[in-house]
Design a binder for this molecule. Structure first.
Ligand SMILES: Nc1ncnc2c1ncn2[C@@H]1O[C@H](COP(=O)(O)OP(=O)(O)OP(=O)(O)O)[C@@H](O)[C@H]1O
Length: 129
């Protein structure tokens, strides 16, 4: 939000917030290769979910997990850019901050992968038999 908007209220501020958030999304999608990989994975998973006609409950879990991964990657990018703003020099604490931020995405992806297996393996086994 632009600094002069901070004390404003109302619908125009709300819409401007959406526009800023949308611009953030576009930045991450255009500039972060990992986000592009996550999005590709999400499309593949959604096609598989549609193909196997998974249950409503499984769809809800899938949407939460995919949303979580994309959100974690978005936060990770924000932290990387903030660290770059603070220093462009090599700094052990900058390394820590970026590595830990990347770790948060990695941890989420591991759990997403396990949940994905949990949902899809039974459908795959049934399909193959
Ligand atoms: N200023 C810095 N000081 C010390 N180490 C850094 C610094 N900047 C980056 N690094 C190290 O290099 C790694 C990669 O940093 P980079 O900023 O390229 O992020 P990335 O994980 O490659 O993200 P992306 O390429 O998706 O933007 C970091 O995880 C960190 O270990």
């Amino acid at each position: 939000m632009a600094l002069e908007d901070r004390n404003r209220r109302g619908i125009s501020r709300l819409f401007r917030s959406f526009a800023y958030a949308f611009s953030g999304i576009m930045y991450v999608v255009k500039n972060e290769q990992n986000m592009q990989i996550h999005l590709f994975g999400a499309v593949v998973v959604f096609i598989a979910a549609w193909f196997f006609s998974i249950s409503s409950f499984e769809w809800i879990i899938l949407l939460i997990v995919v949303g979580g991964v994309l959100t974690a990657e978005t936060f990770n990018t924000a932290i990387e850019r903030t660290v770059d703003l603070v220093t462009e020099e090599f700094h052990p604490m900058a390394k820590r901050a970026k590595d830990i931020s990347a770790a948060s995405v990695f941890v989420f992806c591991i759990f997403a992968f396990i949940i994905g297996l949990w949902i899809f393996v039974p459908y795959l086994l049934e399909y193959m038999t």
